[in-house]
Every structure is written in C-alpha cells, then in structure tokens.
Design a binder for this molecule. Structure first.
Ligand code: ATP
Length: 302
C-alpha cells in the first residue's frame, strides 16, 4: 500500500492480488473454509483519497476509472452505501476509537470487482491504514489486524508489510514470503464476474493432495521455472462449471507461450506468468485481439 499525504488530505493506493496457489483444505463448522494460499500484490491499484468533513458523517464517492479501449464496466455493481467495505472499515475504526470526526472519501476503482483480485478487501485495508493516520489515532498494527479480521478474510494480507505471503486458516494466519525477483503477469477478466460464496458452495474441499509447503519450497529452492508446474487453484474447476467464460480464458491462455496460467481467487480473472514485461505486453495484445474485454500487464509489488 502506498500512502501520499498532502495539505489536509491523504491518498492511498490499494493494490490488487493474485493467488499463485490456493488449496481448499476443509469446510469448518462455522461455515468458512480453511485455506492454504500464496498471494502476491500486483501493481494494479484502486485509489482512495481522504478529506476532512465538517460533519461527523463518513461519506463515500465511487468513481469508475476508464482506460483506453478497455471495458470499465464492473461485472457486478459496486455498492456506494453502508455495504461498501470502505464505509464498513471506516465505521468500524471510528467506533473502535470512539471519535466523532467525519471524513469524505473518494474511491477510484480500477481493480475489477467480483474477479478474485481482492479489490474490496484491499480498499478496506487501505481505509483502516489511511484513516488511522488521517485521524491521528496511533492504533498499532496488531489492533488494525484485529479490526481487519472482523471485516473479511483477505484484508489482513493487504494490511501486512509483505507483498507476497502464505496465508492459512480463513486467510488471517499470514506468513511473509520473501521473493527475490519481480514476477510479470498478464491478467484478463471476462465480461461476467462470480460470487465468492457461490464458487465455494460448488467446491469439494480436501481434494488436492499437494500442500502449500511443497510450492513454497520449490519457489525458494528451485525458482520460478520449476514452480510454475505446481500452480494450483482448487476453485478453478467449480468456477468453470459456473461460468463458461473462465473455461474460455483457460483455452486462450493454453495456446499462449506463458510460463504458467490459472484463475485467481474465486474468479473470474485469469492470469499468465510471463518471462519478462516485454513478453507480457505482447501476450496482452494477442488477448485483446481475440476480444477479451479487460487485459492488463502487471508485476508483483516489491
Ligand atoms: P474476494 O476478496 O472474495 O476475492 P473479489 O476480488 O472477487 O473478492 P471484490 O471486488 O472484492 O471481489 O468484490 C466482491 C463484492 O464485494 C462486490 O461484488 C461488491 O458487491 C462488494 N464490495 C463491497 N465493497 C467493495 C469495494 N470497495 N470494491 C469492490 N467491491 C465491493
């Protein structure tokens, strides 16, 4: 997360994430799932600006960023009221601190929604970290992590200091993973999105025998060339059964010279790992040429 203070206001850049590995271990008695996942933050950002509000209200304005020749239409409507994770995070922090201050927040959305790229979670993390500073609350990282866990599973990852991490449990047990080189991706999203609960409902937990330790060991010891063979996402099969556009993306990627490819999170976005930024640009152009509506080149955040 990048933080830029300026006179009276504060701007945060909230990154997207990609899941390089995602194993659904078991369904828990509380209805959530235990996961083993490796997430990496990438340089596709939503932007949040916090400005003073004369009233004690938390106000949110959501703007959709359009990029040239790319569909900025969200796959699912983004709530602008109390359901938006930005408002929920701001309200939770305000209640926790017991303050009366308000804030005007502008959210510029670039991360596709309902796409498995963690946009809402990242926005919530940027709100907790940004308002902690904007309201001069001095809450510790541990306190912010506790609030994050009350809001959702992936928010702790985005609050953490490491841009790549192994996350376990519901996602709240976070182990930083230092990775020496940048990873280059081409990321594509079809027209439609998928709801995370619907995809988990379709998934049979505990099917994949290979655990995250083997993936991490390979990444550290044998490098990317070997590790791309161990990419895994247990949610991809269920997502393909629910949404044919995910299967179509897999077919497009399987014809491209990427090192490896898979869906991220609960979909519908799909990524290929490329040998270089230049190769990622060439592949992105090929995907646009066959009509994929949203294609971006990205690299892992350092
Ligand atoms: P996940 O974190 O489960 O991988 P996702 O990346 O697939 O989620 P998000 O963009 O986080 O998808 O949005 C999931 C849903 O959350 C959206 O359909 C929307 O209704 C709701 N939502 C709430 N706040 C936000 C926000 N700030 N940005 C995007 N979606 C939001």
């Amino acid at each position: 997360m990048l933080c830029q203070p300026s006179a009276g206001s504060l701007t945060m850049q909230a990154p997207a994430k990609l899941n390089l590995f995602l194993r659904v271990v078991r369904r828990r008695s509380d209805g959530f799932h235990d996961l083993e996942t490796v997430m990496t933050a990438v340089n596709l950002f939503d932007t949040l600006t916090f400005e003073p509000n004369a009233s004690s209200e938390i106000q949110l304005r959501v703007l959709m960023a359009g990029t040239r020749n790319q569909s900025s239409r969200p796959a699912a409507p983004i709530p602008t009221g109390a359901d938006n994770l930005v408002i929920r995070a701001a309200q939770l922090l305000k209640d926790h601190a017991g303050i009366s201050a308000g804030v005007r927040i502008t959210l510029i959305k670039r991360i596709p929604s309902a796409a498995g790229m963690g946009g809402g979670s990242s926005d919530a993390a940027a709100t907790l970290a940004g308002l902690n500073r904007f309201w001069r609350l001095s809450r510790t990282q541990g306190e912010l992590m506790d609030l994050a866990a009350q809001l959702g599973s992936d928010i702790g990852f985005f609050l953490g200091a490491s841009s790549t991490a192994v996350c376990r449990g519901r996602g709240e047990l976070i182990e930083p993973l230092r990775f020496p080189t940048s990873l280059y991706f081409v990321v594509a999203r079809p027209h439609s999105g998928l709801s995370t609960p619907a995809v988990f409902k379709q998934c049979t937990p505990g099917v994949s025998a290979r655990g995250v330790d083997e993936f991490v060991h390979s990444l550290k010891q044998q490098g990317l060339g070997h590790t791309v063979r161990l990419l895994l996402n247990d949610l991809q099969g269920p997502a393909e059964r629910l949404n044919d556009e995910v299967r179509q993306l897999r077919e497009h990627f399987s014809k491209l010279p990427v090192l490896g490819h898979q869906m991220t999170g609960s979909g519908t976005s799909y990524f290929g790992i490329c040998a270089s930024l230049q190769q990622a640009r060439v592949i992105a152009a090929r995907l646009r040429a066959v009509g994929v509506p949203w294609v971006q080149v990205a690299s892992s955040c350092s």
